[in-house]
Design a protein around this ligand. Structure first.
Ligand SMILES: Cc1cc2nc3c(=O)[nH]c(=O)nc-3n(C[C@H](O)[C@H](O)[C@H](O)COP(=O)(O)OP(=O)(O)OC[C@H]3O[C@@H](n4cnc5c(N)ncnc54)[C@H](O)[C@@H]3O)c2cc1C
Length: 377
């Protein structure tokens, strides 16, 4: 208060300080007692403390205030990215390409990782998976779904080429780099809708590393499902995967499912969609895949075990094929499941409350697979 009064008296405007104003200031300073200086110090310190605390609370390092336009892409702060392409890829999906300056792209990222994109209007962020990672030229291609009542997806779909969004990352989704070749003979991925994006990133980087070396282990199978042919992943995803399947016959197998075949004209025009399996991915399809891979030569579970699968408490009882007369459960098989919540629930059971994978239920639980072999992304 004292400081404010003094200031308004001695320098209200203009850069020249007159002699009378200097005298006024000198007088004011003389009048300031020792007690006042003490109060002033306490006041200023408190104000600085309150300001810093407020700033840290309202603007943590990952929030809107932490924008570092000239810093490399990092999970600790946001940097601006330009939308350089945005095109429809189905009834509710778009392929959106973002670009950051080449010099700001991170050196080395191991799949699988995502990048947070912030909705500037609501100040909320969501993670999205760059299909080809953060490319050396600073570009990132995303396949993004818009949900009816959703926030960030809808906001992103409304953005145009030339607009800027803020991003931070990369943030690891699942690190498989170390265990990939040594721990698993087979990796079976099961995805629904845009849940294919983390698997695409892994497959692209793992199978297409440019080193020319033949990848033999682990063998990867991807079972993907979409509601109908129109909503299948765009060619940049599906055709690329079909090409990878053809160029790596011993290393990768792709199976595509649709809940319903309509509109059929859409699907059958593109070879990359074929063969198209009709119906949701079920325990039977997983079982058939395990058989094709030579992992167990088991016929489908008996009627009684199918009935026990329909029983919500069946996971409490022992799976039928673990009886002494059945073949051993394949051990070096890892399942990765990513998709809408109801699909994850049906295939592998719900996630735990802390969003970790939790116990294995659903189709994989009924087949006898346990938590160490199943990851829910
Ligand atoms: C690691 C990771 C990577 C991901 N990668 C991708 C990707 O590459 N592409 C992609 O499309 N998605 C991806 N996602 C999902 C993405 O992060 C978002 O969760 C998704 O886009 C939905 O966000 P939103 O803000 O649009 O919708 P939200 O606002 O979060 O809403 C999501 C759903 O909840 C419903 N909902 C919203 N509000 C309510 C309410 N009040 N009551 C009931 N229901 C409600 C909406 O209708 C919608 O169906 C990824 C997720 C993770 C964790």
């Amino acid at each position: 208060m004292l400081l404010r009064q003094t200031c308004t008296r001695w320098a209200p405007n203009g850069s020249q300080v007159s002699n009378s104003r200097v005298r006024c200031l000198t007088g004011a300073v003389r009048r300031v007692s020792h007690q006042s200086i003490k109060q002033l110090t306490i006041g200023v310190s408190s104000a600085v403390f309150v300001f810093i605390s407020y700033s840290l609370f309202t603007n943590p390092p990952w929030s809107h205030a932490s924008i570092a336009a000239d810093q490399p892409l990092s999970y600790q702060h946001f940097i601006p990215a330009s939308i350089i392409e945005s095109k429809e890829s189905g009834p509710a999906t778009k392929l959106i390409t973002l670009s950051i300056p080449k010099a700001l792209a991170p050196e080395d990222c191991h799949p699988i990782y995502s990048v947070y994109i912030k909705d500037d209007d609501l100040q909320i962020e969501r993670p999205y998976t760059p299909l080809f990672g953060v490319e050396k030229n600073g570009e990132m291609v995303f396949w993004i779904k818009r949900y009816e009542g959703g926030e960030v997806g809808r906001w992103l779909h409304s953005k145009n080429v030339g607009d800027t969004v803020e991003i931070r990352g990369p943030v690891p989704t699942l690190s498989l780099a170390k265990e990939m070749e040594n721990d698993w003979d087979q990796i079976i991925m099961i995805s629904g809708g845009t849940g294919i994006t983390p698997f695409f990133q892994l497959l692209h980087l793992f199978l297409q590393d440019g080193s020319g070396k033949a990848v033999t282990k682990p063998h990867i199978t991807l079972l993907h499902s979409s509601p109908n042919p129109e909503e299948l992943p765009p060619p940049i995803i599906l055709s690329t995967l079909r090409s990878l399947e053809q160029s790596h016959p011993g290393a990768f197998t792709l199976k595509v499912f649709v809940d319903s075949p309509h509109p059929s004209s859409f699907a059958y025009s593109d070879a990359s969609f074929k063969p198209l399996h009709i119906g949701r991915i079920t325990k039977r399809d997983i079982n058939a895949t395990l058989e094709e891979l030579g992992l167990w030569g088991r016929s489908l579970p008996s009627k009684s075990s199918l009935l026990s699968w329909l029983n919500p408490f069946s996971y409490l009882s022992r799976p039928s094929h673990t009886t002494s007369s059945s073949p051993q459960l394949p051990e070096k098989v890892l399942f990765l499941v990513c998709g809408p919540e109801p699909m994850i629930n049906a295939i592998a059971g719900p996630r735990a409350r802390d969003l970790t994978s939790g116990p294995v239920r659903g189709a994989l639980g009924a087949l006898g697979f346990t938590a160490g072999q199943v990851r829910k992304l």
